[in-house]
Design a protein around this ligand. Structure first.
Ligand SMILES: Nc1nc2c(ncn2[C@@H]2O[C@H](COP(=O)(O)OP(=O)(O)O)[C@@H](O)[C@H]2O)c(=O)[nH]1
Ligand SMILES: [Mg+2]
Length: 225
């Protein structure tokens, strides 16, 4: 019996385009985040809060990935930030060629920070690099403390974990300590933030992390010429 490893081909072609995207982002001096979580964890709300915190000092752009609708793009657009909606029509993740195609809708010469909100899913988005500088994941406390060990890849590959909806902790049996312990055991370098996007807590530490990331990339590109 002959077997063709389609998965491997898809992933290696995705890597090639991700690498092209990454080179373009570096040439243009754009820092890029790939924001991932299960549906409803609070990605778009976090994005809206982040936009308010940063839009006076940085030029922002957003790519929204969803299976259907432009609901999230409409929420971002209300903040006056350039946004492009990608509808995957069923696919459970974004891939690097979708991002490449969406880039023509932005003025890349003026952008400092591009945030990509991936399709809500704790599995597939982690497998597809988009050319981003960092993967960041959001986990809300209502999803349960068992998620790091059940969905380890996303926790392993992310640079930062935002534990959101901490305002709801009193109404759940979720242990923040357990999430932090398990996530750190999978990825000791993970930066962890505890936030409530509705009560506006924990967001300054997240903002400071992001500003430092952007600054570090800029300093590195200047040093590299
Ligand atoms: N209680 C509470 N609700 C939140 C918080 N962040 C987001 N939400 C709510 O969670 C729901 C899903 O949020 P959304 O940002 O659309 O999640 P997404 O699907 O990951 O983009 C919305 O009703 C938000 O208002 C939070 O920190 N606390
Ligand atoms: Mg969303």
């Amino acid at each position: 019996m002959k077997q063709i490893d389609v998965q491997k081909d898809i992933l290696s072609s995705n890597e090639a385009t991700a690498s092209e995207n990454s080179t373009l982002f570096s040439q243009k001096g754009i820092y890029v985040l790939n924001l991932m979580s299960s549906p409803g964890a609070g990605k778009t709300t976090l994005l809206e809060r982040t936009i308010v915190l940063l839009k006076d000092t940085l030029s922002l752009g957003v790519i929204e990935g969803d299976i259907a609708t432009s609901y999230d793009a409409d929420r971002i657009s209300a903040h006056g930030v350039p946004v492009t909606q990608i509808n995957t029509g069923g696919a459970c993740h974004l891939d690097s060629s979708m991002i490449k195609n969406a880039l023509s809708t932005f003025d890349l010469d003026v952008l400092d920070l591009l945030i990509i909100e991936n399709v809500g899913n704790l599995v597939c988005p982690a497998e597809f690099n988009l050319g981003e500088d960092a993967k960041v994941m959001v986990l809300s406390v209502t999803e349960g403390e068992d998620k790091p060990l059940k969905y380890p890849l996303m926790f392993r590959l992310s640079r930062a974990l935002i534990i959101n909806k901490v305002d709801l902790l009193p109404y759940t049996n979720c242990s923040l300590e357990k999430i932090i312990e398990d996530a750190t055991s999978l990825n000791p370098d993970l930066s962890i933030f505890e936030t409530s996007c509705t009560h506006m807590t924990g967001l300054n530490a997240w903002k400071a992390w992001l500003e430092k990331e952007i600054h570090t990339k800029r300093t590195r590109s200047i040093a590299d010429g």
